[in-house]
Design a protein around this ligand. Sequence first.
Ligand SMILES: Cc1cc2nc3c(=O)[nH]c(=O)nc-3n(C[C@H](O)[C@H](O)[C@H](O)COP(=O)(O)O)c2cc1C
Length: 198
Amino acid sequence: MDFKELIMGRYATKKFDGRKIDDETLDQILEMVRFSPSALNIQPWKIKVIADNDLKAKLSPASMDQAQIKTCSHLLVFCANTDLKGNAKKLVNGLNAAGIPQENVEQYQRVLDNFINIFASNELCEAQNNVFIAATTVLYAAKSVGVDSCPMQGFDPKAYMEILELPSNLIPTIIVPMGYPADEQMPKNRFPKEEIFF
Ligand SMILES: Cc1cc2nc3c(=O)[nH]c(=O)nc-3n(C[C@H](O)[C@H](O)[C@H](O)COP(=O)(O)O)c2cc1C
């Protein structure tokens, strides 16, 4: 499938047929998501992968009982990780361990410090901006291996935090159920290009 076919063929699936995505296909999708771009490569996300039906049933009322939650194969909960400092430290440690010249690591560290200062007290917004890019990646990564999905914000992040017992630095931002569809793709409805590009 070429990229245009992916763009036109992906759609917000409203109901899945309950079939399971096999482990190999799931791994392929998650591996593509891992390579999503982020500002300064800070990767401010943690993604909870849920296959358990009981847990999905618990999350359903916190998701406006939308049919995708209980019928999907896997539910991905994209959390913004506000601990930008923690990620910066991990990145620098990784570069040191890889033997990158000290001068280059220090330069990167300075840029990271500056970035973290700029977003001090606004970490959530910055983390969420990046999370949306990772969530976009999964929609097309999944479609490329024959799996459908739906980006969803119709859920209660606080309830998700409680049910999933998430630490306070992980904020559920967007959820993406994935699986095999039990609905039909509707015709696409978009503004004409004259209204978008100027
Ligand atoms: C940020 C975001 C939140 C969304 N939330 C929901 C949702 O809670 N439930 C749902 O069924 N679809 C949801 N959608 C899907 C949109 O309704 C859908 O993408 C849009 O109508 C365009 O249709 P298409 O994706 O099939 O082309 C969401 C999409 C985005 C990008």
